[in-house]
Design a protein. Structure first.
Length: 134
């Protein structure tokens, strides 16, 4: 019985994947704002030690028509009780292949892959999901 359930679940998953619509490159450009990281609302703690905590408090991803993009990521850093903020700016490129969108900067090892549905980008990087909305 278990093997039948596994086969049925696999067939169902494959049928869903084949129903996914291709992403039209012309529907991608725009300004997207980070809304969740791994299903959690912002701020999102990316490092928490005895003396320091680093949180992502926001990010903007601007995907341009020329397949270039720019991402501003905003951090709050608490060191020994003192709070400061920092912004990281990254130039990236983006491309579409069927149902997958890739946003990356190979020079610094930043790579996100995922999907677009309506005005929502769901991008994965190093096992973490980032959800952006237009």
């Amino acid at each position: 019985m278990r093997a039948t359930q596994v086969v049925a679940a696999t067939a169902f998953s494959l049928s869903l994947a084949s129903c996914a619509e291709s992403i039209s490159p012309s529907a991608v450009p725009g300004l997207y704002t980070l809304v969740t990281v791994d299903g959690e609302p912002l701020p999102y703690v990316i490092r928490d030690t005895v003396s320091m905590m680093v949180e992502i408090v926001g990010a903007d991803l601007n995907l341009r028509e020329d397949n270039a993009s720019f991402m501003h990521t905003y951090y709050r850093i608490t060191r020994d009780g003192l709070v400061s903020t920092e912004t990281r700016d990254d130039w990236l490129g983006w491309s579409v292949d069927g149902t997958t969108i890739t946003v990356e900067n190979g020079a610094v090892g930043v790579r996100f892959t995922g999907t677009k549905s309506d005005d929502t980008l769901r991008l994965m990087s190093r096992g973490v999901e980032y959800v952006f909305e237009k």
